[in-house]
Design a protein around this ligand. Structure first.
Ligand SMILES: Nc1ncnc2c1ncn2[C@@H]1O[C@H](COP(=O)(O)OP(=O)(O)OP(=O)(O)O)[C@@H](O)[C@H]1O
Ligand SMILES: Cc1cn([C@H]2C[C@H](O)[C@@H](COP(=O)(O)O)O2)c(=O)[nH]c1=O
Length: 190
């Protein structure tokens, strides 16, 4: 089973991904819990740009796609082929949202990624208003970074929600308490 969790920064993706992985493991399933950008060479160059200043848009997009090509080849595809549950904290839908928010065509980004990246069985979109999301980032003790500008996050949220009618998409109200969000996700993944 291939599950992806998406949403703007601060919506609770990492929190819910960990809880969902725990639930599958309690059922005896082998789980690969991972995230994008990865900690590979392309992903690390991107992570440096979060605080060091964003790369040129074309280079940024190319690096996210290159990072994902390696991720699919080295982790995602082999894990799915081995019958494991793969849970991702971000995938190519973040590519559509965040690079779409700075001017690229989200559909073109989707087509470019789906040429090599498998579509998930379930895409959970954790939806939350931007102000609350930014407050949670602050509450976590983090400074906001180059990718967390309010206006960009508003556009990201809109692009995520533009996927709401896809058959594999489940939009989750991330303003609810953590346990209620997780309960809804477990019900959808059952
Ligand atoms: N449902 C919730 N209600 C209130 N606080 C929450 C909820 N879910 C997560 N949080 C808190 O909000 C903060 C952000 O959560 P988390 O790091 O899981 O979000 P994220 O979507 O992974 O963020 P990022 O994309 O920036 O990594 C954390 O302090 C977390 O404890
Ligand atoms: C996969 C992917 C991610 N991003 C952005 C979105 C976030 O601001 C950061 C990742 O931060 P996190 O706290 O580790 O979740 O990267 C992007 O712009 N494009 C993508 O394809």
């Amino acid at each position: 089973m291939f599950i992806v969790i998406e949403g703007i920064d601060g919506t609770g993706k990492s929190t819910q991904a960990r809880l969902l992985a725990e639930w599958f493991r309690e059922q005896g399933r082998e789980v690969v819990l991972d995230f994008e950008p990865t900690r590979g060479p392309h992903g690390m160059k991107l992570r440096e740009s979060f605080t060091g200043g964003r790369l040129a848009p074309e280079e940024e997009l190319a690096l996210f796609v290159a990072d994902r090509e390696e991720h699919v080849a080295q982790v995602i595809a082999p894990s799915l082929a081995a019958g494991k549950v793969v849970i991702l904290d971000r995938y190519y839908f973040s590519n559509m949202a965040y690079q779409g928010a700075i001017g690229f065509d989200p559909q073109e980004i989707r087509d470019r990624n789906e040429a090599f990246a498998p579509v998930p069985d379930i895409l959970f979109i954790l939806d939350l208003d931007t102000d609350t999301a930014l407050a949670r980032i602050g509450g976590r003790g983090d400074e906001t970074n180059e990718f967390e500008k309010r206006e960009d996050l508003e556009r990201c949220r809109g692009i995520f929600l533009s996927l709401k009618d896809e058959p594999f998409v489940r939009v989750i109200d991330a303003s609810k308490p953590m346990d209620e969000v997780q309960e809804q996700m477990r019900a959808e993944a059952s």
